[in-house]
Design a protein around this ligand. Structure first.
Ligand code: DP6
Length: 403
């Protein structure tokens, strides 16, 4: 029995999945770059993991000689300060939980760890993966060490937006007041079941080039943009309260209008940064104009766009508008090659556009500009993967060769 117990403790493994989130009240700017404390609260929608997710396996063994990390099958730098911050914080909480005395049945905190992480979507698509990545890392480590507390504060140390991926549905990241960051955490505003008709279309654009990263970009904005200061102090507090009410009321008109305005203001602060940062492209502006023409044609807000620090567009719509708007996008950006794979994710019905709609909305088609559309919806937070055959690491602690 003693030998069996020792063998059991020799290797422990846990696998979790975590979602991507898209902010409708944007986070942009830190008041503490080390602890990742934001200058304003933010609010996001967690996207469904059937379409976009990260899977991470964390293993600890007395036989491992060093900490190691693999991302999408390639060995990566485990010494990255943000990975180390997450590891350190999880281990600190595990130690605290054990009250200092080493519990013999518990996994030794001195064992080295191996971590493997992969996305179910192409990394090259430029879909924010650091939020899902760090939320998943923290969830898997927490499972490994048997932690049960809420860990958005730890995920925040990996990437600010990652703290919001620790919950499903509609999530607020409360900026907090304390200098140590202990009150800068994510809170669920409403679960993913709250608004069953809400849908999300990710317009993955072609030929993107690497823009300025969020971390560097927002720091320059904090240092130079008076608009960002005004936004954080005056605009966001008001908008956050309004957005929460729109979500509670399932008011798409209010939700969509405010999401568009907030995306636009975030990009305005980028232009107000010196030297300026440009995330919106000609194609982004094309999509923005298209959404406004579409809404104007219908006389109310049927679709709402939002853009982060990259060129992909995220569109919110209610389920009954999806088929028609997808057809509008197909007509406006006729697919170059992959016509049959243009729409991915949740099924989309067919729609016939009226002559009036086409004339008013589909003005100047740009062939091939949108690579594909991913149809998804709000979804749950991180999940534990029970099935051991799904671990990304084998019994030897090395990445399993993927078929
Ligand atoms: C534009 O969370 O990637 O997507 O905290 O430096 O890792 P770091 O930045 P990150 O910034 C995300 C910025 C954004 C808006 C948002 O998600 O709220």
């Amino acid at each position: 029995v003693a030998a069996a117990m020792a063998a059991e403790r020799a290797l422990a493994m846990a696998t979790c999945t975590a979602p991507v989130n898209i902010a409708v009240i944007k986070y942009w700017g830190k008041r503490d770059t080390d602890l990742i404390l934001p200058i304003n609260s933010s609010l996001s929608v967690t996207l469904h993991q059937d379409q976009l997710k990260t899977t991470t396996t964390a293993a600890a063994s007395r036989d491992f000689t060093e900490d190691r990390l693999w991302l999408n099958g390639q060995e990566a730098d485990v010494g990255h300060p943000r990975v180390q911050a997450c590891l350190r914080e999880v281990r600190r909480l595990a130690r605290k939980r054990r009250g200092g005395a080493e519990d013999t049945a518990a996994l030794s905190l001195s064992y080295k760890i191996h971590i493997a992480s992969e996305n179910n979507f192409p990394t090259a698509a430029g879909l924010a993966s650091s939020a899902a990545g760090y939320a998943c890392l923290v969830s898997a480590l927490a499972r490994l060490y048997g932690l049960e507390e809420e860990l958005s504060e730890v995920a925040r140390r990996g990437s600010g937006s990652a703290c919001r991926s620790m919950f499903g549905g509609f999530v607020q990241w409360q900026r907090g007041e304390r200098p140590d960051g202990s009150d800068s955490l994510a809170l669920q505003v409403a679960p993913e079941t709250h608004w069953p008709e809400l849908r999300v279309l990710v317009l993955v654009v072609s030929g993107e080039k690497k823009p300025v990263g969020s971390t560097a970009g927002m720091q320059t904005s904090v240092e130079t943009s008076p608009l960002l200061k005004h936004r954080a102090e005056v605009v966001v507090p008001e908008r956050l309260a309004q957005m929460m009410q729109h979500i509670r009321d399932r008011d798409f008109e209010g939700f969509g209008q405010l999401a568009m305005r907030d995306s636009n203001q975030f990009h305005a602060t980028c232009l107000d940064t010196f030297p300026p940062i440009f995330y919106l492209t000609d194609l982004s502006r094309h999509i923005i104009a298209l959404a406004h023409r579409y809404n104007a044609h219908h006389g109310h807000t049927k679709v709402a766009y939002t853009f982060d620090a990259g060129p992909n567009a995220v569109i919110f719509a209610l389920a009954d508008a999806v088929a028609e708007f997808v057809e509008v996008v197909r007509r406006s950006f006729p697919p170059a090659t992959n016509g049959d794979q243009f729409v991915r994710g949740l099924p989309v019905g067919s729609a016939t556009l009226s002559q009036e709609l086409v004339a008013a909305v589909v003005t100047e088609p740009v062939p091939g500009a949108v690579q594909y559309i991913l149809h998804t919806k709000p979804g749950p937070g991180p999940q534990l993967v029970d099935d051991p055959s799904q671990h990304l690491l084998g019994a030897d602690g090395l990445p399993r060769s993927r078929a």
